[in-house]
Design a protein around this ligand. Structure first.
Ligand SMILES: [Fe+2]
Ligand SMILES: [Fe+2]
Length: 133
């Protein structure tokens, strides 16, 4: 079952919207199944599955902005870098401390709160500026 993008998150760029849908679907699957994940291995596998897709998506967006000569590329990339760093930090902490409640709260805050905010403002502004590209 696919995840449906809230209308406030739609950028109008097909590639970007498809990737956001996939990414948020993976994030919610992980958050919802967290309680049910039988152990550390499963938790890390789910986390890596999500992280890899986030990295893939950021690269695709940055490539698109580069190709279009988007003037706010470097500010946009800095926001992505924050998420890349934070995901790497969460992964490192999880590998040292295990899949704690604190780790899942951080994933929740990062993806559900901050990432959605990034889509709603930064990604939508970019897609609007590069409309029809
Ligand atoms: Fe995005
Ligand atoms: Fe972005």
């Amino acid at each position: 079952m696919g995840y449906t993008l809230d209308v406030s998150l739609v950028t109008g760029n097909r590639m970007i919207d498809d990737q956001h849908r996939e990414l948020l679907g993976r994030a919610y699957d992980m958050i919802n199944s967290e309680q049910a994940l039988p152990g550390y291995q499963e938790f890390m596998a789910a986390f890596t599955f999500l992280k890899d897709y986030v990295f893939y998506h950021f690269n695709a967006e940055e490539e698109f902005m580069e190709k279009q000569g988007y003037e706010r590329l470097s500010a946009h990339r800095s926001e992505h870098d924050y998420f890349r760093k934070e995901l790497a930090a969460i992964e490192k902490d999880a590998s040292q401390k295990g899949a704690t409640r604190e780790i899942s709260m951080r994933i929740h805050m990062l993806i559900v709160d901050r990432f959605i905010q990034h889509i709603r403002t930064t990604d939508r502004r970019m897609a609007a500026a590069l409309q029809g590209a």
